[in-house]
Each structure stands twice: as structure tokens, then as C-alpha cells.
Design a protein around this ligand. Structure first.
Ligand code: NAD
Length: 498
């Protein structure tokens, strides 16, 4: 048997296999084969990385804004030039088609570009003469070592939601990527080094729960940005805050698209396909439920099926629209919802298990699946399936649709499709969801706005990137100063009044 290469950690500017002998398998999901192993850190490995990041922090925080900005500009240029390499790495471990892998890098790059504006974003305020001869001003400073824990579905974009801002603000970083597709993080670490980032400022520790727990409990780690499923997000939030850390933990989702009878059904059908089946439905902003206000459902389903029939499922390196799922276990779990749907009385319109693929037979395939008349009591409706399974729920009115969405556990994204501006305006006001699309199916905010949901989709009060990102990775100081002049008035035990 050939020996598999091991994806290492990246500590102090070099590859490091750590002291733990534990590893996990990394698959190429389109081949269904193990292509690499990944090192899984133990607590000694995590502690070593934290010590390195902690030692690198003071001089990085003292590095001028101009120099930090320059390094981020270099990184942006290198990324732009070499992103096809990164896209290939993502496709080989995640399975998404190459164009989609490039798309996630481009969305991540937006945050790098935003972070280069940090001289503006880190500025404080200055108020002169708040009391006679007294000035007050504010400043924001880096926190120290911060941890980023990311999910498998966006191995480049999700880390890039956080680390450009954390670094711009002067923090040192430990990234713990998903053990399912760890190589993108190592590639990024090398590129940051090439861009001129001092060694030790950005480190990657691969691992599982042991590595996460090491970050959550270590006193030198000041903040944690987590993205993943809701149960783990809740755990990370509760544990991290118990250890006195600042935590933002973005969780799972189940996003609805509300279709009003006046909507353009061709646009709706195109959007449902893109948002339901892009990246094989493994997106936290995927649309999983189309809520059709009658009488549109039958006509809409016809249009969706017409488009589904043209989709090509297969190896993301070939000319396909949709790739495989991340693991066999996950593929089988997603497929099991098709039987649950039947048992719960829903109608399976398109069964993805019958798909003909342009790929190797052992890949983790499941084709686009459409299920109509899904009862809202069924786990097909309530669970985050995280695969290419689109449900249709029929409602009688706008109000019934809104009540359904507002009653849901998650509040990450939602969309309304209509030509009625008044209805759309009312929707944006009364819907209890953090990110809303109006005739836009995947309303991921651009980098200078913040990304994050409501309810079980976000634990903590700060979202990713935008101004909230800078707020999360810094802490404020207010300084009150007086420089004595000849009019100094002597002792006064009260607060200054004028
Ligand atoms: P996951 O929760 O299984 O893993 C996320 C991270 O947590 C990984 O780094 C993993 O190693 C770590 N982890 C796993 N089990 C752990 C445990 N028991 N204790 C501590 N850490 C643990 O999520 P995933 O399957 O990698 O990603 C898919 C999920 O992420 C979906 O639920 C999706 O909705 C969510 N997601 C949310 C957003 C968002 O912005 N809200 C974005 C992307 C993905």
C-alpha cells in the first residue's frame, strides 16, 4: 500500500507534524478515495502554537499600519494571481466544481480588500475641551492571540471572513480548519509568508475536538471566531465564554424562499436551482425550502424540474454543474431523507439517487432532489439536511409564509420573490432572519457589510466582517487628558462641571 502524505500544521512559518501520532483520512470525494492523511493536534501541539502566536503578537501589534496594510496588499495580489491553484486544492478535497471554488476565493478576497482599509476602520474619535482644558479621545487595540475554527464547506472563504481583519487589527492568529479539507489553510499560510507576514503571526493547527478544546480553554487565546453546525457552535460559545473569551459562533441554517403569486416564475426557478443545488447544497446560505404561495406551486415545480433535468452532476474538474457530497457518511445521511419524505407523506418529484454521473463510480454522489408537499412536522422540513435536497411547502397566503419562516429554529438567510415593492418592504421589516434577499436567492452581504444570522444561526452578538469584524478583533480605550497650563485651578474633589 502506498504511504499517504500527511497534511501538517503550520507553526512559526514552517510545516510541523506535531507530537501527536493521531491522523484522520482526507478524501477526494469525486473519487471516493483517501488521498491524504491530516495530522490531528494534541494539547501539546496546540499549546506550542499558542506560545508561538503569543510571542509574535507584541511586535506585530507594534508594526505600523502602513506596513501591515502593505502585507495585506501583497497577499491580495498573490492570491489574485495564484487563485486557480487554490481552487484546484479545494475541488480535490471538498468536491465543489472548479468555478464554484474560484467563486468562494473571490468572495474571500473581498474581505482581504476590505481589510486593507484598516487605517480608516481603526481610527478613533477626538473631542477637544470636553471640560475646560480637558480632551477625550478613543483608540482601538488588538486583542492578542485569536482562534478561528472553520467548517468544511468553505475551506478558503470562511477563514478569509476573519483572518484578514484579525491580522489588519494587529492580532496573531491560530486557524483550526476542518479536518475534512485542511490543505487550503496550509496553502494560504504559505502565501501569507510570501506576502511578507512575519513568521508566527499566522499559524494553522489541524485537528478535531481536542484541538478546539485546547483553543477554547487556553488563557492566552483572547477571542474565538467559529463557523459550523449549530450544536458545535453552541458548545463553542458556551465553553469559550466560560473561559472568559470573546466568542462569535456562527451556526447552521435552513433557509426559505417565499414566492408570491406575482413573482416572475422563470427568475424564481433559476434562483431555486442556483441556491438549492450550487455546491451540492452544502452552503449555509443555500435555499432548502421554497414556500410557494398558491396558486403558483404546480407551475413553479414544472419550471424547476425542467431545469433540474439539464443539470450535470459529476467530478468538479470536468464540465459539471454539481459535484459530490463531502463524505460517504454524509451522502448516505442526506439520501436517507428521501425515504423519510415518502414515509411522512411528501411527494418525491425528482429522486437524486437515480442520477447518472460524469465521474468515478465510488464518488459520494447524490443528484439534485425535489420533494413537494413536505409536511412542516417532518424532519425533512425541520432538519438542516445540508445536501442537494429542495423542499416545496405550499401555503395559502403571504402571512402564512411569514409565520412559517418566523417559527423556524434558524434565522440565517431568506429571500422573497415578488414584483410588489410594498410586500417586499413589509417582508424585510417583519421577517426574523439576519440576511434577506429581495429577488436575490443567496443574499451574502459584501465584505463591508457584516455576515451573520439570528436565532440558532449565531451565538454571540457580533457578526463576521464589515465594521462588526473590526469591532470583534479589537478593544476600545477612552483617554481623558489634560495638559496643565498656567490657568490650572488647584484642588477640586467633584467631577469637572465646565
Ligand atoms: P461542524 O460543526 O461539524 O465542524 C465545524 C468545526 O468544528 C470544524 O473545524 C470541526 O473540526 C470542529 N468540530 C467538529 N466537531 C467538534 C466537537 N465535537 N467539538 C469541537 N469542535 C468540533 O460543521 P461542518 O460539517 O464542518 O460544516 C457544516 C456546518 O457549518 C453546517 O451546519 C453549516 O450550516 C455551517 N456553516 C454555517 C455558516 C454560517 O455562516 N452560519 C457558514 C458555513 C457553514
Amino acid at each position: 500500500m502506498t504511504k499517504q502524505p500527511i497534511v501538517p500544521h503550520w507553526i512559526q512559518g514552517r510545516e510541523d507534524l506535531g507530537s501527536s501520532k493521531r491522523t484522520a483520512e482526507v478524501f477526494d470525494p469525486a473519487l471516493g478515495e483517501v488521498t491524504k492523511l491530516v495530522a490531528l493536534a494534541n494539547s501539546a501541539d496546540i499549546n506550542a502554537a499558542i506560545d508561538v502566536a503569543s510571542a509574535a503578537f507584541p511586535s506585530w501589534a507594534e508594526t505600523s499600519l502602513a506596513r501591515r496594510q502593505g502585507i495585506l496588499f501583497n497577499f491580495r495580489e498573490l492570491l489574485n494571481r495564484k487563485k486557480s491553484e487554490l481552487a484546484e486544492i479545494i475541488t480535490a478535497e471538498h468536491g465543489k466544481v472548479l468555478s464554484d471554488a474560484l467563486g468562494e476565493i473571490t468572495r474571500g478576497q473581498e474581505v482581504v480588500e476590505f481589510a486593507t482599509g484598516m487605517p480608516q476602520l481603526l481610527r478613533g474619535y477626538y473631542s477637544e475641551n470636553v471640560s475646560t482644558g480637558v480632551d477625550v479621545y478613543s483608540t482601538r487595540q488588538a486583542l492578542g492571540v485569536v482562534g478561528i475554527i472553520s467548517p468544511f464547506n468553505f475551506p478558503a472563504m470562511v477563514p478569509m471572513w476573519f483572518f484578514p481583519i484579525a491580522l489588519a487589527a494587529g492580532n496573531s492568529v491560530i486557524l483550526k480548519p476542518s479536518e475534512k479539507d485542511p490543505s487550503a489553510a496550509i496553502w494560504i499560510a504559505k502565501l501569507l509568508q510570501e506576502a511578507g507576514l512575519p513568521d508566527g503571526v499566522f499559524n494553522v493547527v489541524n485537528g478535531d475536538k481536542e484541538a478546539v478544546d485546547g483553543l477554547l480553554s487556553h488563557p492566552k487565546v483572547k477571542a474565538i471566531s467559529f463557523v459550523g453546525s449549530t450544536p458545535i457552535a453552541k458548545y463553542v460559545y458556551e465553553t469559550g465564554t466560560k473561559f472568559g473569551k470573546r466568542v462569535q459562533a456562527l451556526g447552521g441554517a435552513k433557509n426559505h424562499m417565499l414566492v408570491l403569486p406575482d413573482a416572475d416564475l422563470n427568475l424564481v426557478a433559476d434562483s431555486a436551482i442556483n441556491a438549492g443545488f450550487g455546491s451540492a447544497g452544502e452552503r449555509c446560505m443555500a435555499i432548502s425550502v421554497v414556500v410557494a404561495v398558491e396558486p403558483v406551486a404546480d407551475e413553479l415545480i414544472e419550471k424547476i424540474v425542467e431545469r433540474m433535468n439539464k443539470l450535470k452532476t459529476g467530478d468538479g474538474r470536468r464540465a459539471c454543474d454539481m459535484g459530490p457530497l463531502i463524505t460517504k457518511v454524509h451522502r448516505d445521511k442526506v439520501a436517507s431523507y428521501i425515504e423519510i419524505a415518502k414515509k411522512d407523506g411528501a411527494k418525491v418529484v425528482v429522486d437524486g439517487r437515480d442520477v447518472v454521473v460524469d465521474g468515478e463510480p465510488n464518488g459520494f454522489w447524490l443528484g439534485p432532489t425535489l420533494i413537494d408537499k413536505v409536511p412542516v412536522t417532518s424532519s425533512v422540513y425541520t432538519d438542516e439536511i445540508f445536501g442537494p435536497v429542495l423542499s416545496i411547502v405550499r401555503v395559502r397566503s403571504y402571512a402564512e409564509g411569514v409565520a412559517l419562516i418566523n417559527a423556524a429554529e434558524y434565522g440565517n438567510g431568506t429571500a422573497i420573490f415578488t414584483n410588489d415593492g410594498g410586500a417586499a418592504r413589509r417582508f424585510q421589516n417583519e421577517i426574523e432572519v439576519g440576511m434577506i434577499g429581495i429577488n436575490v436567492p443567496i443574499p451574502v452581504p459584501v465584505a463591508y457589510y457584516s455576515f451573520g444570522g439570528w436565532k440558532s444561526s449565531l451565538f454571540g452578538d457580533t457578526k463576521a466582517h464589515g465594521e462588526e469584524g473590526f469591532h470583534f478583533f479589537t478593544r476600545g480605550k477612552a483617554i481623558t487628558s489634560r495638559w496643565l497650563d498656567p490657568s490650572h485651578g488647584g484642588i477640586n474633589l467633584g467631577f469637572p462641571q465646565n
